[in-house]
Design a protein around this ligand. Structure first.
Ligand code: NIG
Ligand code: FE
Length: 382
C-alpha cells in the first residue's frame, strides 16, 4: 500500500476521542485507506507521495448521523408559509409520501445521488439515511434498498407518521410485522418519530422492541415539537442516540446523563421551522454528549450543509467552534456506534476535509461560504 504525506497543514483538527485537539504546523500520513501518523510537520516520516496543502486547515470528514434523503417532490410552499407564521406540523410528511410513492426507483436513486454529492462537496464523508416516506411494505423496502446503495448506515423509519386510510393500531401492527420483515435486510437501525401527531412513547417502545428482535438497533426522534416522554424512553432503553431534543425538562437531561445516550441536535430544523434552538450548554455542562447532524429532509429542514449546522450551533446554541466541529465528527461517529471514522488519529479511516481557511474557526466565522477545498474518503481525494 502506498503512503501519502499531507503536509504544510496550517491547523490539523484531529477531533480526538479525548476531546477537540488542534495541532499547528501539522502533517498527516495516510497508509492505504487509513491514517498512519499525525504530528508536527517538522517531525513527519517519509512517504511515497507528498501533498502540500499550503497552510490550509484539515479536519475530519463530517459524520452526518441523521438524514432523510429518499423522497420525491419538495415542500417549498410549506416553508414559505412557515416563514409567514404557519407552525410546522408532522402531518406535512404525508405530502412527501404521496410524491415518493409515485416516483420510480430510478428517480429516487438519482435524487439521493444528487443529495449525497451535495453533502460531499460540503465535507460530509459518512451519512446515515432513513426511509419514512414510503409507508407501505413495498415503498419502505425499496426506499431502504435505494439508501443502501449509498451507505451502510440505513435506518428503517416506517414509524414516521400514520398514513391515511388506516388506524394507528393497524399501522403499528404493519410496521412491526410485514413491513419490518421486508425492511430488515436493508437496514441497520430502526427509528420512530415519537411526537405529537406521530407516535406516542408506548407505540415507540413496541416498535423499537420489534425492531430489536429482528436484529435492528434503535434510535429515536423525540422532543422536537413539545415536551414528552421520548427522550426518557431513549435513555431507559439505553439507545446510542436520541435526536432533536429541542424541548428538555431537567429530568430528561438527568436521564441522558445517567444513560450515556447521545443528544443529537439538528439546528437546521430550528432554523427552518422558527422553533427555539436547544440550549447546548445545559447539556454539555450536565455531562451529556452532543452530536450535530443535518436532518436533511424536504419538510422540516432542507439543508445538506453541516457547515451551516456548525455555524448555527455556535451562533445560536452556545457551542464553541471546537465543540461544534467535534460534535459533527467524532460524536457523530459515536452516535452511529462507529469507531473507524470521525477522528484523524492513527488507525481511523482517512476521511478528511481540506478547508480553504487557516483554522476550523472559519466554519462559523464565515457562514454560508463554501470553504471545502477538497474532501478525501478512505485516503483519496473524491
Ligand atoms: O426529522 N421529525 C420527523 N421527521 C423529519 C421531518 C419530516 C418532514 O417534515 O417531512 C424531521 O424533522
Ligand atoms: Fe429526522
Amino acid at each position: 500500500m502506498a503512503t501519502t504525506l499531507i503536509t504544510n497543514i496550517g491547523e490539523l483538527f484531529t477531533s480526538d476521542p479525548e476531546g477537540p485537539l488542534t495541532i499547528a504546523g501539522a502533517a498527516l500520513v495516510v497508509d492505504g485507506t487509513q491514517v498512519a501518523w499525525v504530528g508536527r510537520a517538522a517531525e513527519a516520516p517519509d512517504a511515497d507521495e507528498l501533498v502540500d496543502v499550503g497552510g490550509r486547515a484539515v479536519i475530519p470528514g463530517f459524520v452526518d448521523s441523521h438524514s432523510h434523503l429518499v423522497f420525491a417532490g419538495d415542500r417549498a410552499e410549506e416553508f414559505a408559509a412557515r416563514m409567514a407564521g404557519t407552525p410546522y406540523a408532522a402531518g406535512g410528511i404525508r405530502t412527501t409520501v404521496a410524491a415518493t410513492r409515485a416516483a420510480t426507483d430510478e428517480q429516487l436513486t438519482s435524487h439521493v445521488a444528487r443529495l449525497v454529492a451535495e453533502m460531499r462537496c460540503q465535507g460530509t464523508t459518512t451519512v446515515e439515511i432513513k426511509s419514512g416516506y414510503g409507508l407501505t411494505v413495498h415503498d419502505e423496502a425499496r426506499s431502504l434498498a435505494v439508501a443502501r446503495q449509498f451507505t451502510e448506515e440505513t435506518t428503517y423509519l416506517g414509524a414516521h407518521v400514520v398514513p391515511g386510510g388506516t388506524t394507528p393500531e393497524e399501522y403499528v401492527a404493519l410496521v412491526t410485522g410485514p413491513m419490518l420483515d421486508a425492511a430488515k435486510e436493508h437496514a441497520r437501525w430502526i427509528d420512530v418519530f415519537c411526537e405529537r401527531g406521530a407516535f406516542d412513547a408506548d407505540q415507540a417502545r413496541a416498535i423499537l422492541a420489534a425492531g430489536e428482535a429482528a436484529g435492528l438497533r434503535g434510535r429515536l426522534h423525540a422532543n422536537q415539537l413539545t415536551y414528552g416522554d421520548g427522550v426518557r424512553l431513549a435513555a431507559e432503553l439505553g439507545l446510542v442516540a436520541v435526536d432533536h431534543c429541542t424541548y428538555l425538562s431537567d429530568a430528561d437531561v438527568a436521564a441522558l446523563r445517567d444513560s450515556g445516550t447521545i443528544a443529537t441536535l439538528l439546528p437546521g430544523v430550528e432554523f427552518s421551522t422558527k422553533q427555539p434552538y436547544p440550549d447546548t450548554r445545559r447539556l454539555l455542562d450536565a455531562g451529556v454528549d452532543v452530536a450535530l447532524a443535518s436532518d436533511c429532509n424536504p419538510g422540516s429542514c432542507f439543508t445538506s450543509s453541516i457547515p451551516l449546522c456548525i455555524a448555527l450551533a455556535v451562533r445560536e446554541m452556545g457551542m464553541t467552534p471546537a465543540e461544534a466541529v467535534h460534535a459533527a465528527t467524532y460524536v457523530g461517529a459515536r452516535a452511529l456506534d462507529r469507531d473507524d471514522v470521525g477522528a484523524l488519529v492513527p488507525g481511523r479511516r482517512a476521511d478528511l476535509v481540506v478547508l480553504d481557511a487557516p483554522s476550523h474557526l472559519h466554519l462559523a466565522y464565515r457562514p454560508g461560504v463554501p470553504l471545502v477545498a477538497a474532501t478525501w474518503v478512505g485516503g483519496r481525494p473524491v
